[in-house]
Design a protein around this ligand. Structure first.
Ligand code: SF4
Length: 412
């Protein structure tokens, strides 16, 4: 994120600097992100901060995570929290009892809304009805299952540890265990994927009637097996035009199946938009916990150490005083100045295809009208049919969604 104007090493982080944060956002309830850095195998496309063969570290990690939650909560006692998200990695490798302890620590330290959305990501192979019932009893009320594809050859290419039957069983286990809010993820734009195979994945997904759907365009990330295979010529380059056709096909199919698109990559049944992700797209505060987590609160954007071993050691050796949102695990922190905050709010808010950026909320937050500060660009995009502007909000048009990356580049 090259537009951060200032990178401040942690020892210089002083209370006076933190106190100049944006009052508009610091009064808002938090969304908490908890990063669970363990997986059973590494998928070929995955660049997330995850590790395999670290089973012995799971319990020490849980203890460290609870300690980090306690440290942050001590500096913002009983601050309201309205969403919690266990991501990773593979949170479904945790036992229900471990999840319960983590959520209890959040209830103790923060003011967790009784109707909070509490999500966990899950691998289809890990889910049984009993497991789901137990994690729901602990407080989980939304589950996101990594389906990724319904086609055997694509799942094999992705090095996923499940087949499509396992997804069907996982959905049944989740519903049977009491999950009322279920997301399924799919990946499109992969090497060798065809429009026909994509249509099959969409059909299978729709037949499972999830409440929420996330579609991710494959990105060849540095350090992944998939990128290496493409670089060495063992796999063809992903085809951007074909990926755009897949996206359009998905938009049509999901709309026909009764799903509303509310974000560039996300669709839901009415009332099932992911509240946790809305917090990111509105550029509102989300403290992050665990190794490799990113967080944003009180005008500071920060990240934690990547290594689970180092994370556990730092938390074990933790002293007493930390200036919010810093914890012993925080490795880098950047003050977000006003111009950057405006740029980020534009970048995130335009992803919301229906809500867009509400003009009144933007003016309350920054003291200026969004259309006025980007006047010539906004006029040009409106003239070219890429943006819609009315007195309530600024939104991408359907055509603008297809060209969103170039619009974002110009706006920020
Ligand atoms: S299960 Fe998810 S987090 Fe783990 S390696 Fe695969 S894609 Fe990455």
């Amino acid at each position: 994120m090259e537009y951060y104007s200032e990178v401040v090493p942690l020892p210089q982080l002083a209370c006076s600097q933190v106190l100049c944060c944006n009052v508009y956002t610091s009064d808002l309830p938090f969304s908490l992100y908890l990063h669970i850095p363990f997986c059973k195998i590494k998928c070929s496309y995955c660049a997330f901060n995850t590790y395999i063969n670290l089973d012995d570290l799971v319990e020490p990690f849980i203890q460290a995570l609870i300690q980090e939650i306690e440290i942050v909560a001590a500096s913002r006692p009983k601050h309201p929290v309205w969403t919690v998200y266990l991501g990773g990695g593979t949170p479904s490798l945790l036992s229900p009892e471990q999840i319960d302890r983590v959520l209890q620590s959040i209830r103790t330290g923060f003011d967790l809304d009784p109707n909070a959305e509490i999500s966990m990501e899950a691998n289809p192979s890990d889910l049984s009805r009993d497991y789901m019932a137990d994690v729901c009893a602990a407080g989980i009320n939304r589950v996101s299952i990594g389906m990724q594809s319904a086609n055997f050859n694509e799942l094999e290419l992705f090095a996923r540890r499940h087949d499509n039957d396992a997804v069907v069983r996982a959905v049944s286990a989740a519903r049977g265990g009491g999950v009322k809010n279920l997301n399924l993820d799919l990946i499109y734009g992969a090497p060798h994927q065809t429009l026909k195979s994509w249509e099959n994945s969409l059909d299978q997904l729709i037949a499972l009637r999830p409440d929420h759907i996330s579609l991710y365009a494959l990105s060849l990330e540095e350090g992944t097996a998939m990128r290496n295979w493409v670089m060495k010529g063992r796999l063809p380059e992903p085809d951007d035009d074909l990926a755009a056709d897949m996206y359009e096909l998905a938009s049509e199919q999901l709309e026909a199946a009764g799903y509303e698109q509310y974000e560039i990559s996300n669709w839901s049944k009415k009332g099932y938009a992911c509240r946790h992700n809305l917090q990111y797209w509105r550029n509102w505060p989300y403290p992050g916990f665990g190794p490799g987590a990113h967080g944003y609160a009180d005008g500071v954007r920060y990240s934690t150490v990547l290594s689970p071993q180092r994370y556990i050691k730092l938390m074990r050796e933790a002293g007493a005083d930390y200036v919010f949102p810093r914890t012993p695990a925080t490795e880098q922190a950047e003050f977000v100045d006003r111009e950057t905050e405006i740029a980020e709010t534009l970048l995130m808010g335009l992803r919301l295809t229906q809500e867009g950026i509400p003009r009144t909320a933007f003016a309350e937050r920054f003291g200026v009208d969004l259309v006025e500060i980007r006047e010539s660009l906004v006029s040009r995009f409106v003239h070219n049919g890429l943006l819609e502007v009315d007195s309530n909000s600024v939104r991408l048009t359907r055509r603008g969604r297809l060209l969103s990356n170039s619009i974002f580049r110009e706006l920020v």
